[in-house]
Design a protein around this ligand. Structure first.
Ligand SMILES: [Zn+2]
Length: 98
């Protein structure tokens, strides 16, 4: 599988985590509202996931700001041109996750 279920303390599945081959962080699109999270659509397929809409991740590290902006469709991740990493503008397979 390419995404890992995230469970709320009540046992409900609230999101899915994948390992990002672009920025190296893990991203978790939330699929069920809790607290004030945005909610993504998910096709229910952990081997060929699709999330809608795009996933925008921002953080910072010792080299400066990190932006990772992607579409995940049918198990592939398309990085948009505003990404700060070297897969910007490219589409690659999502890696398997334990
Ligand atoms: Zn990323």
């Amino acid at each position: 599988m390419k995404v890992k279920r995230q469970l709320h303390t009540n046992g409900n599945v609230v999101g899915y985590t994948f390992k990002c081959p672009g920025c190296g962080y893990h991203h978790t699109p939330w699929t069920e509202a809790f607290e004030d999270q945005s909610v993504w659509g998910f096709n229910g397929d952990v081997d060929a996931p699709t999330f809608t809409p795009s996933i925008l991740f921002r953080t910072g590290n010792s080299q400066g700001p990190v932006v990772c902006h992607s579409f995940v469709t049918d198990g592939k991740i398309q990085f948009l041109s505003d990404c700060t990493h070297n897969l910007a503008g490219k589409t690659v397979e999502l890696p398997e996750i334990d």
